[in-house]
Design a protein around this ligand. Structure first.
Ligand code: NI
Length: 152
């Protein structure tokens, strides 16, 4: 595993659309592991592959890490697709490892249903709410070249 360099504000890769992952091979698994390590190292709760320079539809997150005092609950989502969104919205202050020191209130759907493939190649569906739903919306936006400042 390795810490990868995080692409920052002004890097044009952050506004590009990422491509689907076709095959989950060792390179993809290594990338996902590196993304998690990079996220934890930088005290982030989510990271998209484009933020480490790879235009692939991979998201990692662990929204419980901080409140659970360092107990890790990592999630890796390959080719995530948000299938449904609640009408109800919530507003949470967001930050982003690519935009250090910038924090903004962003309105997001309170609940989302998301389909994704896990590292074992299994297609899964989860229903997320509150902070987890916010993280998923923030990170899947990255896969379409959208950053949280675009949502303000
Ligand atoms: Ni971000």
């Amino acid at each position: 595993m390795a810490i990868r360099q995080i692409r920052k504000k002004g890097d044009e890769i952050l506004s590009k659309k990422s491509r689907d992952v076709e095959v989950i091979d060792d390179k993809i698994k290594e990338l996902a592991e590196d993304m998690l390590e990079t996220m934890y190292k930088n005290d982030g709760i989510g990271l998209a592959a484009c933020q480490v320079g790879m235009l692939k539809r991979i998201v990692v997150y662990d929204y419980l890490y901080v409140e659970e005092n360092g107990k890790k609950s990592p999630v890796v989502m390959i080719n995530p697709v948000i299938k449904s969104r609640s009408k109800s919205m919530i507003e949470v202050e967001e930050g982003c490892l690519s935009f250090p020191d910038e924090y903004r209130d962003v309105k997001r759907h309170e609940k989302v249903t998301v389909e994704y493939t896990d590292l074992e190649g299994k297609r899964k569906t989860i229903h997320a709410k509150d902070l987890e739903a916010v993280v998923i919306q923030h990170e899947t936006d990255h896969l379409d070249g959208i950053v949280f400042l675009d949502r303000v």
